[in-house]
Write a protein that binds this ligand. Structure first.
Ligand code: S3P
Length: 441
């Protein structure tokens, strides 16, 4: 079956209201936390992407049943550590770093050994960042070279830890928080700021967790061995998916878009701050608090005179999945944009910093790289007319989205491979593009 698309026309001006797919981070967390709640949780608008479907398959393998009726998943939990695990259980996290790292935290007290595997991309990613704290809890965990496959066997003798999380990784932070749920006493994490959906969800569930802000860090304390009841949750839209439509609109001519009901948690909207610094006027309207999370409609209009940005590293964590598409704006902005300390981008589904440099050069943009800092020399009048073929990008969904948005805003004749990668995070991506008027073959 063909797994590529062709785009050879820029998008004509548009004025639309859309909804993007539901938030991936919140979807995975709601499935995993429902598996630990007492009773049947009801989750609606769950993102039905591969990463989330793998999360559902994972809890099922661990003895938690669910059914779907209409738009609602009913997940029946038996409380914290309520898994019932058969011998020789193998969990496949597929492409999802979030699922793989988070589930380890829920397996710290299990009697039976579990093996965790993943796809080619996930098998190259670093797990030392979670193996290290898990060992401090006293968990028996084995992996060669700190990559998947990993074998984990829980223990009844967990001890609470004090841990400094210096990467700014929400996956590491959540893995530790999940481990703390099973551990007697108080676990303490001093964590460099990162997305805080886990903390907000546990607070919403009345779980004893405390968070205190200390400059760019948070001190999180969690009391172990408490239970929480089942819950209802309706997952809002994903800012990471919305970001491609934000940039599509910004770089198109005479266009506007409203993206409804998107999660705009402060720890996620670095892209909006950065693009507004570059001259965009992105507005958040109809703000509401839903189960502790902030949700809003995003209003964007096209903008001609965008300017380069000297991007402070303090935005890195809150825009970590969006830099690829932010770089495209930098490519069309006036002046030089500078971004620094982006080594974490190379630890994602592909080596995104390396690939971003390769991509920008491919479309004729001058880029200077020094270690994990890059400078992008913008070309406000850039118009592409050549043919481009995108392949060998490790099937990274976000590189696929970036290529489509580039083709639709800067022109050129594009063949873009690995269409299936959209199923990782944003299965409706192409459908929505077509609704806006994109010609995709
Ligand atoms: C995620 C955290 C981020 C992000 C990933 C999703 C999460 O990773 O890149 O797409 O849901 O916790 P890190 O925590 O490793 O930075």
């Amino acid at each position: 079956m063909t797994n590529h698309i062709f785009i050879s026309n820029k998008l004509k001006s548009f004025n639309k209201k859309i909804k993007v797919s539901s938030d991936k981070s919140i979807s995975i967390r709601s499935v995993l936390l429902a598996s630990q709640a007492v009773g049947t949780s009801k989750i609606s608008n769950l993102l039905e992407s591969e990463d989330v479907l793998n999360s559902l398959k994972t809890i099922k393998k661990l003895g938690i049943n669910y059914i779907k009726r209409k738009n609602i998943y009913f997940i029946k939990g038996f409380g914290v550590n309520g898994f019932s695990i058969k011998k020789n259980t193998v969990i496949n996290a597929g492409n999802s770093g979030t699922l793989a790292r988070l589930i380890l935290g829920l397996l710290v007290k299990t009697k039976t050994e579990v093996k965790l595997v993943g796809d080619k991309s996930l098998s190259k990613r670093d797990f030392s960042r979670v193996v290290k704290p898990l060992k401090l809890f006293g968990v028996n965990i084995q992996s060669k070279k700190n990559t998947l496959p990993i074998k984990i066997q829980g223990t009844n003798f967990l001890r609470p830890i004090k841990y400094k999380e210096n990467i700014g990784s929400a996956q590491v932070k959540t893995c530790i928080i999940f481990s703390a749920l099973n551990t007697p006493g108080i676990t303490e994490i001093i964590s460099k700021s990162s997305r805080n959906h886990t903390e907000l969800m546990l607070k919403f569930l009345n779980y004893p967790i405390k968070v205190k802000k200390i400059k760019n860090y948070e001190k999180i304390t969690i009391e172990g061995l408490k239970q929480f009841n089942s819950f209802a949750y309706s997952v809002p839209g994903d800012i990471s998916s919305a970001s491609f439509f934000i940039v599509l609109t910004l770089l198109s001519t005479n266009s506007q878009i409203i993206i409804e009901n998107v999660n705009v948690n402060k720890s996620r909207i670095g892209i909006i701050s950065i693009l507004n610094k570059m001259g965009a006027n992105i507005l958040l309207k109809n703000k509401k608090i839903y189960n502790g999370e902030e949700v809003a409609d995003i209003y964007v209009k096209s903008k001609k005179d965008l300017v380069g940005v000297n991007c402070p590293a303090k935005f890195n964590s809150s825009a970590i999945d969006e830099f690829l598409i932010i770089f495209l704006v930098a490519a069309k902005a006036k002046g030089i944009s500078k971004f620094r300390d982006l080594g974490e981008m190379n630890k994602k589904e592909s080596k995104r910093l390396d690939l971003a440099v390769k991509f920008l050069k491919l479309i004729g943009i001058k880029v200077e790289r020094f270690e994990n800092d890059i400078s992008i020399h913008g070309k406000p009048n850039i118009i592409l007319s050549k043919s481009f073929e995108m392949k060998n990008f490790l099937k990274d969904h976000r590189i696929f989205f970036l290529s489509c948005i580039t083709a639709l805003t800067l022109g050129g004749k594009w063949k873009i491979n690995d269409k299936d990668s959209i199923n990782t995070s944003f299965p409706d991506f192409l459908k929505i593009l077509k609704k806006i008027g994109a010609k995709i073959h």
